[in-house]
Design a protein around this ligand. Structure first.
Ligand code: NAP
Length: 240
């Protein structure tokens, strides 16, 4: 599918070994993109993409990731900041460790991922960044004060980056998935799931592939060349 303009471009996806990240990696590979992804524990053995072990909370490791990708694949055109975790609880029960882990991973992890790459994108006058936020970051969610704060932060970061990057031709956008079928939502008890599904006008959770297509649209220099600073919802009208 040459018309998306991603063929041959180099794209880095954090947390690309499973869930939404793995779906993004797989779709990009189908589109002929040169993909690299990070993982912490188990690489996705089905993927032919360049797999690099790295924790997004480790700034030195993420600087090394950027170097490795450019050395092995070439100049990075796109970054998908996807790695994320939850440590859900009602606010009074959120420990400082739960708070820190979520903010460190979901928000500082984006900083660590982008800081070695953005200056190079500015020099090259080309690039597209996609941050994976969440419906929780847009409207809050019970039991997710830490997660919602991190995901709202990701939106603020993305919008500011879009404003700063515009003069260099570098775009930044976010996707805000609703509830998607991955390990992250598999832990939700069935009864709670039923209640959530009843609130979603589409009456089902989304699939990782459905988020991947939104990300690919935002990465594409053809399909979204004038789209920057936006938040694309992928949620079956859950937030409408
Ligand atoms: P998932 O299946 O739990 O996968 C999370 C991914 O993030 C894994 O690849 C994991 O790597 C990686 N990761 C976590 N902490 C990391 C760290 N410190 N350093 C590097 N990688 C790390 O979750 P998912 O549902 O695909 O979520 C992907 C993104 O979408 C997250 O940002 C999440 O917040 C967001 N999101 C998900 C939903 C949903 O309903 N599923 C909704 C809205 C937004 P390991 O395998 O090494 O743990």
């Amino acid at each position: 599918m040459k018309y998306l303009g991603l063929e041959g471009k180099v794209v880095l996806v954090t947390g690309g070994n499973r869930g939404i990240g793995a779906a993004i990696v797989s779709l990009l590979e189908e589109l002929g993109t040169q993909v690299a992804y990070t993982y912490r524990n188990d690489p996705n053995i089905e993927s032919g993409a360049l797999a690099i072990p790295a924790d997004v909370t480790d700034s030195a490791a993420m600087a090394a990731v950027a170097e490795t990708v450019e050395e092995k694949l070439g100049p990075i055109y796109g970054v998908v900041a996807n790695a994320g975790i939850t440590r859900d609880n009602f606010f009074p029960k959120i420990t400082i460790d739960d708070w820190d882990a979520v903010i460190e991973t979901n928000l500082k992890g984006i900083y660590n991922t982008l800081i070695p790459i953005i200056p190079k994108m500015y020099e090259r006058r080309e690039g597209s960044v996609v941050c994976v936020s969440s419906i929780s970051g847009e409207r809050g969610n019970i039991g997710q004060t830490n997660y919602a704060a991190s995901k709202a932060g990701a939106i603020g970061l993305t919008k500011s980056l879009a404003l700063e990057g515009a003069r260099y031709g570098v775009r930044a956008n976010a996707v805000a998935p609703g509830f998607i079928e991955t390990d992250m939502t598999r832990a939700i008890p069935d009864k709670v799931k039923e209640k959530i599904v009843a609130e979603i006008p589409f009456r089902r959770f989304g699939k990782p592939e459905e988020v991947a297509w939104a990300v690919v649209f935002l990465l594409s220099p053809v399909a979204s060349s004038y789209v920057t600073g936006t938040v694309l919802q992928v949620n079956g009208a859950h937030n409408t």
